[in-house]
Design a protein around this ligand. Structure first.
Ligand SMILES: NC(=O)c1ccc[n+]([C@@H]2O[C@H](COP(=O)([O-])OP(=O)(O)OC[C@H]3O[C@@H](n4cnc5c(N)ncnc54)[C@H](O)[C@@H]3O)[C@@H](O)[C@H]2O)c1
Length: 270
C-alpha cells in the first residue's frame, strides 16, 4: 500500500486494555489491530499477559510493528514503565488511548464500597496516571492526541444494570477530557473522549443474557449492534492529522442512542 495513504504512518501509540479476548472483539484489541494496519507502531498494554500476547501475535503475523507490556494501569510505577518502554523502543510517543475500563453493579444503596473504589481506580485514576507520564513525551514529539474512553452512561442513565460506580467514573472521564484539552492545547496536545453505546465485547458478553443483548441492540435508532470496530474507526480519525482542529469533544459512537429517550424507541422495545 502507498505509505502516504496510511493515516498513522510512523506514529507511535500506547493502547491500554489491548488484551481482551472472548465473544465479540474487545475495543482495545480492535484499535490496536486497526492502528497497526494504518502504519502505527503500537505499544499494547494489558494486565493479562497471555491475552495481550494474542493481540501482539496477530499484529506481528501480519507484518506490522508492535510490542506488548504486561502492566496494571492503576499503578503509578507501571504507568511510568509503560511510557519509558515505549520511548526506549520507538524513540517517541504521539498518541495515548486510555481504553481500560471495568464494570461493577450497584445503586447508591446497595453498591459495595470496595467496588466503587476499584472502578474509580481502574476507570479514572488509570487515565490520569497514564496521561501524567505520556503527555510530556507527546509534547516532546511536537504534539499529538489522547483519547479517553468514556461511555453514553457518563452522559445519562440507561444501563440494563444498576451502574452508579461505572456511570460516575465515565462522567468524570468527560470532565477529565475537557480539562486536559484546555490545559494542554497550547502544547499541541488534543484530548478527546469517545462515548460508546451498547457494544458487544468480551467485557459485557459474560454479563448479558440473549434478551438483554437484544434490548441493547433495539434501543438505538439504527437498531443494529455496535462492535469494537466502530469505536476503532472513530479512534483512528480522532488520532489522525485530519482531526488536527478537534479537541475537547465527546464523540458518541452509539447508533444514535444519545439522541433518544425510552419513549422515542417504545415501539421497537415492546
Ligand atoms: N462494551 C461496551 O458496551 C462499552 C460501552 C461503553 C463504553 N465502553 C468502554 O470502552 C472501553 C473498552 O471496553 P471493552 O468492553 O471493549 O473492553 P475491552 O475488551 O477493551 O477490555 C478491557 C481490557 O482492559 C484490561 N484491564 C482491566 N483492568 C486493567 C488494569 N488495571 N490494567 C491493565 N489492563 C486492564 C482487561 O484485561 C481487558 O483486556 C472501556 O473503557 C469500557 O468502559 C464499553
Amino acid at each position: 500500500m502507498n505509505e502516504n495513504l496510511l493515516r498513522l504512518n510512523q506514529k507511535v501509540a500506547i493502547i491500554t486494555g489491548a488484551g481482551s479476548s472472548g465473544p465479540g472483539v474487545g475495543t482495545g484489541k480492535a484499535i490496536s489491530i486497526l492502528f497497526a494496519k494504518q502504519g502505527c507502531k503500537v505499544v499494547l498494554v494489558d494486565n493479562n499477559k497471555d491475552r495481550v500476547k494474542e493481540t501482539l501475535d496477530l499484529i506481528l503475523d501480519e507484518g506490522h510493528e508492535a510490542i506488548s507490556i504486561t502492566a496494571d494501569v492503576t499503578n503509578n510505577s507501571d504507568c511510568k514503565r509503560i511510557v519509558d518502554t515505549a520511548l526506549d523502543t520507538y524513540g517517541r510517543l504521539d498518541t495515548l488511548i486510555n481504553n481500560v475500563g471495568v464494570l461493577a453493579p450497584g445503586n447508591v444503596i446497595n453498591l459495595k464500597e470496595s467496588d466503587y473504589d476499584k472502578v474509580m481506580n481502574v476507570n479514572l485514576k488509570s487515565m490520569v496516571l497514564m496521561s501524567k507520564h505520556s503527555i510530556p513525551k507527546i509534547i516532546e514529539a511536537g504534539g499529538g492526541s489522547v483519547i479517553n474512553m468514556s461511555s453514553f452512561l457518563g452522559v445519562r442513565s440507561g444501563s440494563v444494570f444498576e451502574s452508579v460506580p461505572y456511570s460516575v467514573s465515565k462522567g468524570a472521564i468527560i470532565a477529565l477530557t475537557t480539562t486536559m484539552a484546555a490545559e494542554h492545547g497550547r502544547e499541541g496536545v488534543r484530548v478527546n473522549a469517545i462515548a460508546p453505546g451498547n457494544i458487544y465485547t468480551p467485557m459485557v458478553a459474560g454479563n448479558l443474557d440473549q434478551h438483554q443483548r437484544e434490548l441493547r441492540r433495539k434501543a438505538a435508532p439504527l437498531g443494529s449492534e455496535g462492535t469494537a470496530w466502530d469505536v476503532a474507526w472513530a479512534s483512528l480519525f480522532l488520532s489522525s492529522d485530519e482531526a488536527r482542529w478537534i479537541t475537547g469533544v465527546v464523540l458518541p459512537v452509539d447508533g444514535g442512542l444519545l439522541t433518544t429517550s425510552p419513549l422515542t424507541m417504545f415501539e421497537h422495545l415492546i
